[in-house]
Write a protein that binds this ligand. Structure first.
Ligand code: PLP
Length: 352
């Protein structure tokens, strides 16, 4: 049986999107390459270095180190792994906002590190007093999120970084989703604005690259050394990544997307996505629904359970926050026409 390719016409909650045409073409060209063995697959290894240089430009990283990961999950796991490996404590813990992505739970589980979660305030940003109270001499990493998965919020990164310095922990910023929209906002989230040690930024989300293309960046050369292990049977002698064989397609498509879109293309897309989000927030407010005021292209709406289920039955691919709100991510494939059709269904189905 031949499966139909994904139709994005009703996908409203995903953080992935349709790749840019140049990214799609580049992915296809590099399908059969393995950057896990860079001495054998040199062309894609060169492209990976280019991807890191491009990501460094976007994030203000002066001496870039890092690699193209399988996604934000791997990059977050690697940040925790590096912090654990660099520390001397026998009982390491990491402090992460409770708005942090569930990949931190995986990281803590596989690495045998204690996960301490700090609550968020009414503004959906991490509570700094709680972070200070949770951090101690065994804390190896403190994380902040720059574009949270549920509400698109940016944590107070400067203050978090100071707390991390006070306890001698690494400071990690998870900009997996936000990294390609934040350059067009006033938030301070870049390496040259805040002392950041490691960062997650995923080309396969707002960067419009093909999956899998995540980004793991660090300002510290020690971090990659702390992750590297010897690889006797390969041409290359060591490997810092978590996966072994990797997709060259993701790397090639990330480079192609960034070449095509940084910076005007991403800026125009951010403006379109933000306008769509504000239009949608107004449309729900006009109908009497409470929404969480959007700060990035992501909207949460208080919607009755029955209506949510009926919209799903109509084929809308939508999801909910932990608190139960409908969550819509205005990714590049989400158009005003699509959102108008969605609101027409909201009107029709709530009347039933
Ligand atoms: N970090 C954040 C903030 C995310 O929103 C996500 C996924 O949505 C991830 C990490 C995990 O990324 P991936 O699904 O590419 O592993």
């Amino acid at each position: 049986m031949r499966a139909e390719p994904q139709d994005f016409g009703r996908v409203l909650s995903s953080m992935c999107t349709t790749p840019h045409p140049a990214a799609r073409e580049a992915a296809e060209q590099f399908l059969a390459t393995n950057p896990g063995d860079p001495d054998t697959y040199q062309a894609v290894a060169d492209l990976e270095a280019q991807a890191i240089t491009q990501l460094a430009e976007i994030t203000g990283l002066a001496s870039p180190h890092g690699y193209v990961a399988s996604g934000g999950t791997e990059a977050n796991i690697q940040a925790v792994r590096a912090a654990r490996n660099l520390a001397t404590t026998a009982e390491p813990n990491v402090v992460v906002p409770d708005s942090g992505h569930f990949s931190f739970q995986k990281a803590a589980g596989v690495l045998n590190v204690e996960l301490r979660t700090a609550p968020t305030t009414d503004e959906y940003r991490v509570d700094l007093d709680a972070v200070s109270a949770l951090a101690d001499e065994d804390t190896v990493l403190i994380a902040g999120v720059a574009g949270t998965t549920e509400y698109g919020r940016v944590d107070p990164l400067g203050e978090l970084s100071r707390i991390a310095r006070d306890v001698d922990a690494l400071f990690h910023v998870d900009a997996a989703w936000g990294g390609f929209v934040l350059p067009f906002t006033d938030y301070e989230w870049r390496f040259d604005q805040v002392p950041i040690d490691t960062m997650t930024i995923d080309p396969h989300k707002m960067g419009q690259a093909a999956v899998p293309a995540g980004g793991f960046l660090t300002s510290m050369p020690d971090v990659l050394d702390a992750l590297a292990i010897d690889t006797p049977y390969l041409e290359s002698t060591d490997q810092a990544t978590l996966t072994g064989t990797r997709s060259g397609a993701g790397i090639a498509s990330a480079v192609a997307a960034m070449e095509e879109l940084w910076r005007t293309g991403y800026r125009d897309q951010f403006q379109r996505s933000m306008q769509n989000t504000e239009w949608l927030a107004d449309a729900f407010a006009d109908r009497g629904f409470d929404t969480v005021s959007p700060t990035l292209p992501l909207l949460a709406i208080d919607l009755p359970d029955g209506l949510f289920s009926r919209l799903r039955e109509e084929g809308w691919r939508i999801s909910r926050t932990g608190a139960g709100e409908l969550r819509i991510v205005c990714m590049p494939h989400v158009t005003r026409e699509q959102l108008s059709a969605f609101m027409a269904d909201v009107d029709a189905l709530r009347a039933r």
